[in-house]
Design a protein. Structure first.
Length: 172
């Protein structure tokens, strides 16, 4: 499901029916911490829920695969606690596919934030991009594209570099 569809469903449920959260807009931190958070809840849910579910599925699949390995049984037979086995052995070895999905999810979040900022009328880089496209302001479009591309490249570089932390066998 695209993030903007989830955004409209969240607006319908939490803003229209329940009247718990504001529909649109942005409140700066100078207006108070509570209004600032209230205006960020729905966009955060719309962006993060889908990717959170994807990361949870990948984490489960990677952990199930690692937990069936022989070295996990050996660690359990040596008398290690369940927490040490899960965190120290299993999660560390399952982290590479999880970190890879998180890195790819960053690109999806960058694309989703453009639409989500428009849906929730939040002044940000996504809204700037949409307004520049509608006005055919090519320098702004090129600048935003260049900045977002650079951010994505740096994030992918950090993800690739983090592989050596999770698995010392990986060398560059």
């Amino acid at each position: 499901m695209p993030s903007f569809v989830l955004a409209y469903i969240a607006i319908l449920c939490f803003s229209v029916w329940l009247d718990w959260l504001p529909v649109q807009g942005y409140a700066s931190l100078s207006e108070g911490f509570a209004p600032f958070i209230e205006h960020l809840v729905l966009p955060s849910i719309a962006l993060g829920l889908i990717y959170g579910a994807l990361i949870a599925r990948i984490t489960r699949a990677a952990m199930l695969e690692v937990l069936s390995q022989d070295y996990i049984r050996t660690a359990q037979a040596k008398g290690l606690t369940e927490g040490k086995v899960l965190v120290g052995h299993a999660l560390r070895n399952a982290a590479i596919p999880i970190v890879t999905v998180i890195g790819v999810g960053i690109a999806l979040l960058i694309g989703g934030v453009i639409v989500t900022e428009t849906v929730f009328a939040i002044p940000g880089i996504g809204r700037l991009t949409i307004d520049a496209i509608l006005r055919r302001d090519y320098p702004i479009i090129q600048g935003v594209t260049l900045i977002l591309s650079a951010v994505y490249v740096v994030i992918n570089l950090l993800v690739d570099m983090s592989y050596t932390f999770f698995d010392p066998r990986v060398r560059f």
